[in-house]
Write a protein that binds this ligand. Structure first.
Ligand code: NAP
Length: 276
């Protein structure tokens, strides 16, 4: 008798740093699901053929990470509201020939900030560094929490401006460069959503934006403190947190879409950090 195992995976470039396979294996064990989860390194020019081949060969779903999140939205037959408004997809669900695209980054970040870390977002000034696919997924949920302001700073100003225009209908959002003078606003929360740390690069982040009451959150995560979290601690931030919690929370939302069951994230987060 052949026992078939449902296949899932994460596509990115690079992707070797991803902890998603470990997280989904822990979720599968915890909820007794018969599935496997693979790490798939796919360069941008091969994205479409790799997704279609994974689907053709019986794949049930994919996570999609840097730098494919915007491009992969094009391949979905239908998109969730949150993926459509973000213009970025991090989860694909394959149902026979159809592809459904969703974005679980926003809900993952919000769960970590509000429930796990107890950060109050209403009425605060938020600075996001970076304007790529991850930022696209988190701006609208952050604006829905009614901050006083949300500023997007990016190396390429036109990209930050594009997002500020796109999300302007949802709340007070503006765009700038890292080098612009940000000393007039007191930021209670700074979120690093650049991929610079992945490449070991250190952009000219605006030091004047940090005060002793600023909480700093890096979407990137690592075995050791990331360059951004080190920078934040060095410049006197009240708290400097890496994105392990968001990673586990967004994964739980994807897992629920695929398997119809929600794992216990606290247990997996603890296990992941202990074994990291
Ligand atoms: P992306 O779409 O490729 O965007 C990359 C962003 O980083 C762009 O804004 C880019 O600026 C900026 N950037 C890259 N290198 C830079 C450098 N040397 N100096 C300054 N800016 C630089 O990537 P993404 O999908 O948004 O992902 C961003 C990061 O978030 C990644 O590290 C990813 O692993 C992490 N992430 C974590 C989670 C989690 O669950 N914890 C979830 C999603 C993403 P330009 O526009 O100027 O090129």
């Amino acid at each position: 008798m052949v026992i078939s195992v449902d296949r899932y995976g994460v596509m990115g470039y690079p992707v070797s740093h991803s902890r998603s396979p470990v997280i989904h294996r822990l979720f599968a064990l915890q909820t007794a699901q018969n599935m496997q989860y693979e790490l798939l390194q796919v360069p941008p020019e091969k994205l479409e053929s790799a997704v279609r081949q994974f689907q053709r060969t019986g794949g049930k779903g994919l996570n999609v990470t840097v730098p494919h999140k915007s491009e992969v939205a094009r391949l979905a037959d239908t998109l969730s509201d949150r993926a459509r408004s973000a213009g970025a997809v991090n989860t694909l669900v394959f149902d026979n020939d159809a592809i459904f695209g969703d974005n679980t980054d926003g809900v993952g970040l919000m769960r970590d900030l509000q429930q796990n870390l107890g950060i109050q977002l209403e009425g605060i000034n938020i600075l996001i560094l970076g304007a790529g696919g991850a930022t696209r997924g988190i701006v609208q949920p952050l604006l829905a929490a009614n901050p006083a302001s949300l500023t997007i700073a990016n190396r390429t100003l036109s990209r930050a401006k594009g997002l500020a225009d796109h999300f302007g209908a949802y709340g007070p959002v503006t765009a700038c460069r890292f080098e612009d003078d940000l000393s007039k606003t007191e930021f209670q929360l700074i979120i690093n959503a650049t991929s610079a740390g992945l490449k070991g690069e250190m952009p000219p982040y605006p030091e004047e934006a940090i005060t002793a009451s600023t909480q700093c959150y890096d979407l990137s995560y690592g075995l050791n403190p990331t360059p951004f979290s080190q920078w934040a601690a060095t410049h006197g931030a009240a708290r400097s947190v890496m994105g392990w919690g968001m990673l586990v929370e967004q994964a739980a939302e994807s897992f629920n879409l695929w398997r119809g069951t929600r794992p216990d994230t606290a247990a997996v987060l603890k296990q992941l950090i202990i074994t990291a």
